[in-house]
Design a binder for this molecule. Structure first.
Ligand code: ADP
Length: 744
């Protein structure tokens, strides 16, 4: 802001310069009058005052670049050096003056300067000829100007010069025109000088009478001036010198006419005047010391003024740059303002558009969310609806296959079972993935025994294990001596997938399932789960992609069943636990999958868990089971499976019936379907628990386990089996629950 104000001020200042320029002519007038005065004073040998005048004019002339005035001023300065007999400086100042005179086209000044330069040059032998040339130049310039006084000066000087060289004819060439030009107003010094020189000339040509007339004229002009009180010492001294010169000529004149007495008396007068001139010169000498000091000071001042001028010029330059920069800045600011304004308008328009778009997007998001919820609901419902008939298909196929007679007759049974199993796996996986992706899966906290969990998984996979003739090794760290608290269902899903794959992709080999305790804290275990096999292995470039949905490594020679979703589910479930799945594998050598999870310790449950494990070995006996299911096919499948193991069964087709039957009959366990008409399994359980608290009730349902387990347990059920189930796991669950009651 400060700079801006400075620039504005400067702009005003520039405006003012026009006014100032018109004033400069006034200033120049006053400089001229100063110079004229200085010159006049110099002509009168009043150097001090002349310098004062010059000094007064110099600064302004420098500032205004006034060449004409500068020429005059340097001329005055040079003259002062000349008087001080510093011819070198005098010469350089005359030349300086001449440059300014030429620049200003001042012919009068040029005329004077050539005359002055000539005076200095003719004093020295080496430059004499040049000096004569300059006199002549000055004379020519003065003629062009028609300036009589200026014409006389070089003429007299040339006359004097040639007389001093005893070249009288040449002298007369210049003295004759000077004589013609001289007039009343010419100064007495000029008159005295001219007459003196003419006297010398006529003496030399022996025209004694004319010569004496000129000499006497000269004497009378000089004599009068020696008494003139207006003249300063220098001038008086000069007049005395002129007198001495005139008397010298007169003495010679008489000597030439052999009148020695007169010659002697005039010679005496010559010496008297020389002495007088010297007397005045002494005074002048004293003054000259002062003048020299003045001149030196003057030179200093000139230098100072010149440097100041340069500075002021550079200052002006700086200001100019500042102004230009200021203007550029203002222009840039203006451009910026304009573009900001435009941008603003555009922004407002865009903002409006954005608000509209945002509304649309929010609407779209809401629709997408609704769709997503609908999708999960749809998947969940469809899965359930698909799983229920599948239970029938798989269950009945299994039953048929167990009958050797039927198996022999129907070779398509194997394919039917395979397709059923595949369809079931696919439904389960898609359902699982969809739930994880819609953030529906929340980790549960239940207590479980890691050893039983692993054994259960391995047992459930025993068909695969057997078919590929693999040996499974389970190694659980001994530091783990309590049950764990965490989501056992998710852990099972992870391990079933990994162990299932290991069994699938290994033939005649080994599977090692290891649980290492990495950190054993007071209330938690940090565990590493490792599933390792010595099967076909996975190529390096496929080791990351196998975790993508539907990713499978293509093997030309071997065919493996699978959906390609297992590892994708594993990865996501482990992520849910804030951990990562890792893989080490070498093609042809085997694979190792490992991950780390933390579980809380559940000390109180330890005993029960150990008891349960021990009692798992209780053999089957004639337990009576109540099957509650509305689906006729499922009733048959479950009943046949149980009967095969020596169980006896009764069937209730809905919740209401089951209550009646339980009140009246003796049962060891209830397998309760959840989704049933009239009264569902959960409601029925609640009622049963009002009169029978001890009988184990196991939910047998096609509903996703994660969805139902908590609900089932909260109404008083003891366990959950998901249809379709693995038979061995099915019996284990039944046995575990029956034995719990029997042991109690
Ligand atoms: P799939 O249902 O095909 O087994 P997964 O997602 O579980 O789907 O596995 C993806 C692919 O990763 C498999 O098809 C297989 O090519 C490879 N794979 C997984 N585990 C193993 C393993 N233990 N040994 C060799 N290959 C494996």
């Amino acid at each position: 802001m400060k700079n801006f104000i400075q620039h504005i001020t400067l702009l005003f200042l520039i405006g003012f310069t026009a006014v100032v320029q018109s004033q400069s002519s006034l200033i120049s007038d006053s400089i001229q009058s100063y110079i004229a005065k200085a010159e006049k004073l110099q002509e009168e040998y009043k150097y001090e005052e002349s310098l004062e005048m010059a000094q007064a004019a110099l600064k302004t002339a420098q500032y205004n670049n006034d060449d004409k005035s500068l020429g005059y001023i340097y001329n005055i300065i040079a003259k002062n050096y000349e008087i001080n007999e510093d011819d070198h400086k005098a010469r350089s100042n005359y030349w300086r003056a001449l440059v300014h005179a030429k620049n200003s086209k001042s012919k009068t000044l040029e005329t004077d300067l050539y005359n002055n330069l000539a005076q200095v040059y003719t004093k020295h032998n080496l430059t004499r000829v040049k000096g004569v040339d300059y006199y002549k130049k000055s004379y020519k310039y003065a003629i062009k100007l028609g300036d009589t006084a200026r014409m006389i000066r070089p003429l007299l000087n040339l006359g004097e010069y040639y007389i001093s060289r005893n070249d009288f004819d040449s002298a007369y060439e210049y003295l004759a025109p000077a004589r013609k030009l001289i007039h009343e107003e010419s100064s007495n010094l000029v008159k005295a000088k001219l007459n003196g020189l003419l006297g010398k000339y006529f003496l030399n040509i022996r025209r004694y009478i004319v010569a004496e007339e000129y000499i006497d004229q000269s004497i009378s002009y000089s004599l009068g001036e020696t008494k003139n009180k207006n003249n300063n010492d220098e001038l008086i001294s000069t007049y005395y010198e002129e007198l001495a010169a005139a008397y010298e000529t007169k003495s010679e004149l008489y000597r030439k006419q052999l009148d020695y007495q007169k010659a002697y008396s005039f010679q005496k007068k010559q010496f008297q005047n020389i002495l007088k001139a010297k007397d005045y010169k002494k005074l002048i000498e004293l003054q000259r010391v002062n003048i020299k000091y003045e001149v030196d000071q003057y030179e200093e001042k000139i230098k100072k003024v010149e440097s100041e001028k340069k500075e002021s010029q550079s200052e002006v330059q700086k200001w100019r740059i500042s102004i230009i920069l200021g203007i550029i800045l203002i222009l840039i600011s203006l451009a910026f303002l304009i573009s900001s304004y435009k941008n603003n308008i555009q922004k407002k328009r865009l903002n409006g558009d954005l608000i509209e778009k945002n509304k649309e997007l929010i609407g779209a998001k809401e629709t997408a969310e609704q769709l997503s919820t609908l999708k999960s609901q749809f998947i969940s419902t469809v899965s359930h609806e698909l799983r229920t008939p599948l239970y029938g298909v798989i269950g009945l196929t299994s039953l048929l296959m167990e009958n050797p007679e039927v198996k022999k007759k129907n070779e398509y049974l194997e394919s039917l079972k395979f397709s059923g199993d595949y369809l079931l796996a696919l439904i389960n996986d898609v359902l699982q993935l969809s739930k994880i992706e819609t953030n529906e899966v929340k980790l549960e906290k239940v207590s479980f025994d890691i050893r039983s969990l692993l054994e259960g998984i391995v047992n459930s996979l025993h068909t695969k294990q057997k078919s590929n003739k693999n040996t499974v090794h389970i190694d659980v760290d001994e530091k783990i001596n309590t049950t764990l608290i965490g989501d056992s269902v998710r852990l099972s899903q992870i391990l079933i997938n990994l162990i299932g794959n290991a069994l699938k992709f290994t033939k005649n080999g080994n599977i090692w399932i290891t649980v290492k305790c990495l950190k054993n804290k007071t209330d938690s275990y940090h565990l590493r789960f490792i599933v390792k096999d010595d099967g076909i292995g996975i190529p390096k470039n496929k080791q990351q992609t196998i975790f993508d949905n539907f990713a499978q490594v293509k093997n030309e020679n071997q065919e493996y069943e699978g959906t390609g979703l297992g590892l994708a589910i594993v990865k996501k479930l482990i992520h849910l636990h804030n951990s990562e799945i890792n893989i080490k594998s070498l093609e042809g050598k085997g694979s190792e999958f490992y991950f780390d999870l933390t579980y809380e310790k559940a000390v109180k449950e330890q005993e029960i868990s150990l008891q349960t494990r021990e009692n798992l070995s209780i053999g089957t006996s004639n337990f009576n089971v109540l099957i509650v299911d509305d689906n006729k096919i499922n009733q048959i499948v479950t009943q046949n499976i149980l009967k095969k193991k020596g169980y006896t069964c009764d069937i209730a087709s809905n919740g209401m019936d089951s209550i009646d039957m339980l009140k009246n009959g003796k049962f060891d366990l209830v397998l309760m379907d959840i989704n049933m008409p009239e009264m569902n399994g959960l409601e029925a359980t609640k009622v049963i628990r009002t009169f029978n608290t001890h009988i184990p009730i196991i939910a047998l349902t096609a509903v996703e386990e994660g969805e139902i387990r908590n609900q089932a347990l909260s109404v008083g059920m003891n366990d959950v089996i998901i249809k379709p189930y693995d038979t061995q796991q099915f019996f284990q669950t039944i046995m575990r629950n029956i034995s719990k009651v029997k042991m109690a």
